[in-house]
Design a protein around this ligand. Structure first.
Ligand code: BGC
Length: 373
């Protein structure tokens, strides 16, 4: 499914490339290469750039700190930057350009808008730097060398399954169940992958009448949340409740793509004076873990940022030595120009029932969970 989503774009992009005669070959300046080429490594004390988006969820905040500490303790100079939420795309483009000019050997990018970085990553490639897309794919360019992320499709599948499980457990009645669907920002390549993963589980249940999307809004464009912003999800939920859940109509469940939006959706339903539905999430944000332990939000996903940052830094180490970075997926992430070799980590579903086990290796969250015992 993931592969098919990008197939049409890939064809258009390949044609465009052929027409412009752009070869996309990397400059031979001792830096990054594609997986098929020999690599030459770089100095151990080199600068590594990390360009992160705005802080739309706790995982981004955590990542910056972990990158600075992890890269420096591995002997590199770390140049970690965030793009502020006011003018994120332009700011991130400038930051990456500056990293290239400052001679960064690897640039790790958590894209704000993965479709708007092709000029900057091409400049990185031309300067001989490697580009690693971190958590979010960079699209429509062949200048991205690697992708490191949690398995986004699996995240969606886990969310879809959690919604079904939660409904069976908590709705208090048999099917059909009234649900609504939310997805993330259209600028984030992850958003459709999460949604497709969830819909692989939910669509058959919509088709057989187990689930009813009362608003009728099932197309991803209708469900998108601009900027991944809580206020946008809350406004959309308010509008749907007013338009489709008048009188005694109960909302049983909501597919929410992450925790920030889950809490906004719950707030909207509470303010409308309706019972809290089964709501999914992602990221294991502190407030959502508390909410889950209090029996309000139903589920989240544990994507341990420490592990993801460690994996990215491990890739940097392999490239520094002149090796190829290790990958475990060479088919899923077609960015429109190429299939980007990826290292995917396994996400873990978390509900009240398995929270203690799920956070066994995340001391700060484990402590919260235990405080509810
Ligand atoms: C990340 C999620 C996060 C969302 C909003 C996505 O690309 O994978 O973990 O919740 O962005 O920041």
């Amino acid at each position: 499914m993931k592969r098919m989503a990008f197939a049409a774009t890939a064809l258009v992009a390949a044609t465009a490339l052929a027409l412009t005669g752009c070869s996309g070959e990397r400059g031979n300046t001792g830096g990054g290469t594609g997986t098929e080429e020999e690599t030459s490594g770089f100095d151990a004390g080199s600068t590594i750039g990390v360009a992160l988006p705005d802080k739309t969820s706790e995982n981004w905040v955590l990542a910056g700190d972990l990158f600075t500490k992890g890269l420096e303790s591995a002997g590199y100079k770390a140049d970690v930057q965030y793009a502020p939420s006011s003018n994120t795309v332009a700011e991130q483009q400038n930051q990456i350009q500056a990293m290239v000019q400052n001679g960064a050997k690897v640039i790790i990018i958590g894209a704000n808008d993965g479709k708007q970085l092709s000029t900057q990553v091409q400049a990185a490639k031309d300067a001989g730097a490697y580009v690693i897309a971190y958590d979010r794919l960079i699209e429509n360019t062949d200048a991205v060398d690697y992708y490191v992320a949690f398995d986004n499709f699996k995240v969606g599948q886990l969310q879809g399954q959690a919604l079904l499980d939660g409904l069976a457990e908590r709705a208090g009645h048999d099917a059909p169940y009234n649900i609504e669907l939310f997805s993330g920002a259209a600028t984030d390549a992850n958003a459709p992958v999460f949604f497709d993963g969830a819909m692989e589980i939910l669509q058959p249940k919509i088709d057989d009448g187990t689930l009813k999307v009362v608003s009728g809004q099932t197309a991803i464009a209708q469900t998108a949340t601009e900027g991944w912003l809580a206020e946008n999800a809350q406004n959309r939920m308010d509008t749907i409740l007013t338009g489709s859940y008048g009188g005694d109509t109960v909302l049983d469940g909501v597919l929410s793509p992450n925790d920030t939006l889950a809490r906004a959706i719950i707030t909207s339903v509470q303010q409308a004076g309706k019972p809290v539905p089964v709501v999914t999430g992602q990221d294991s944000e502190v407030e959502s873990v508390k909410s889950i332990m209090e029996g309000v939000q139903y589920s989240t996903i544990n994507k341990d940022t420490t592990l993801l940052v460690q994996q990215a830094i491990k890739m940097v180490g392999q490239l520094q030595k002149g090796e190829k970075a290790e990958v475990n997926d060479e088919e899923s992430y077609d960015n429109g120009n190429k299939i980007v070799p990826a290292y995917l980590l396994p996400p873990v579903i978390v509900t009240k029932d398995n929270a203690e086990e799920a956070y066994a290796n995340v001391p700060s969250l484990l402590e919260i969970v235990k405080s509810y015992k």
